[in-house]
Design a protein around this ligand. Structure first.
Ligand SMILES: NC(=O)c1ccc[n+]([C@@H]2O[C@H](COP(=O)([O-])OP(=O)(O)OC[C@H]3O[C@@H](n4cnc5c(N)ncnc54)[C@H](OP(=O)(O)O)[C@@H]3O)[C@@H](O)[C@H]2O)c1
Length: 303
């Protein structure tokens, strides 16, 4: 059995869907949401739920649960590693964070988890996921009303760019690795992904200028990029949880410093044609414009 955690989320849900669609695999999902009838109940904050959720799992796809303070995330992830060992899982595939993102504040919990996994009594594959292309897409969406209004896209990204990957592409890699790991475990053959860390860095990068161009293409009029200082961006984060505001500033800061542009990636070994980041961003902006035509006229409806 392959068990995939976090399946109410976008990434976990896409991985479970891909494994089910592949056919010929024994696969089930686990989630902290729901009542445990459609998928197994696995709440990382309640370790007592995990032993049962992982029962019979030979391969576990462990999707990180990072939306919390670091101490909470470490407790969650530590509980998953212990429960997987107790349940006799043979191979754990963990969705981590790419090397280019090493200096982001969110990297701490991922690297800590990788260390715990390396000490555990099962085989491990680490999928070091790039930042999602949906993150700059969200920035473009946030800037859409102003761009429509004034022809300016303002963001605290300096002249830096960030290498990103569409979430669906990261899910597709996880599906392939999990399916192959499962076949290797069942056949008793060589475990091709055991002990491997894959850097799933983006092969295309985007910065403020690119986002302004995408906005201009969708709106059908020129949009100029205007870099703003980090300090000016902070008040706009007031509605976020405190830890999220910290992580967001860390991300802007790393982009502005030019540290999030990757130089090599294992992604092409898994995907022949990763979705271009600009296409993902343009599709998100176009969908928002189509859903709220008022935004085209400069009304700030799209958030
Ligand atoms: N690479 C990137 O750019 C990037 C960006 C954002 C986040 N991430 C990380 O990647 C993960 C998956 O991303 P996503 O886009 O699928 O996020 P998402 O759609 O927001 O889903 C949130 C995820 O957190 C899980 N979760 C929350 N509380 C949990 C708990 N108590 N126990 C177990 N799982 C819990 C959810 O699983 P259930 O509710 O089904 O249990 C779900 O998988 C995130 O959780 C985060 O760690 C990566």
């Amino acid at each position: 059995m392959i068990v995939v955690t976090g399946v109410s989320g976008e990434l976990g849900g896409a991985i479970l869907g891909g494994l089910r669609a592949a056919g010929g695999l024994e696969v089930t999902g686990a989630s902290s949401s729901g009542d445990g009838t459609l998928v197994r109940h696995a709440d990382f904050d309640r370790p007592q739920t995990l032993r049962r959720a992982f029962e019979g799992a030979r391969v576990l796809v462990f999707v990180s649960a990072g939306y919390a303070e670091d101490d909470v995330v470490l407790a969650r992830h530590g509980a998953v590693v212990r429960a997987a060992a107790e349940a006799g899982v043979e191979h754990v595939i963990y969705t981590s964070l790419a090397g280019s993102a090493e200096r982001l504040t969110i990297a701490l919990a991922h690297r800590w988890t990788e260390q715990r996994l390396a000490e555990a009594p099962f085989d491990v594959t680490v999928l070091r996921n790039a930042l999602y292309a949906e993150i700059p897409a969200g920035l473009a969406l946030a800037g859409l009303p102003m761009a429509a209004d004034s022809g300016v896209f303002a963001a605290p990204l300096g002249a830096g760019r960030v290498s990103v990957v569409a979430r669906q592409d990261l899910a597709a890699v996880a599906v392939r690795v999990a399916a192959e790991a499962w076949r290797d475990v069942v056949s008793g053959g060589d475990r091709r992904h055991a002990g491997r860390t894959y850097e799933l860095e983006g092969v295309s990068a985007v910065g403020g200028q690119d986002l302004a161009e995408v906005l201009g293409e969708v709106l059908g009029r020129p949009v100029a990029y205007q870099p703003v200082p980090l300090g000016a961006a902070r008040p706009g984060l007031a509605g976020l949880e405190a830890y999220q505001a910290g992580h967001t500033i860390s991300t802007f800061s790393n982009i502005g410093a030019g540290l999030l542009e990757a130089t090599r990636s294992d992604l092409p070994a898994f995907l022949h044609a990763p979705r271009p980041a600009r296409d993902v961003i343009a599709a998100a902006v176009r969908a928002a414009v189509d859903a709220a035509p008022a935004a085209q006229a400069g009304v700030g409806q799209v958030r």
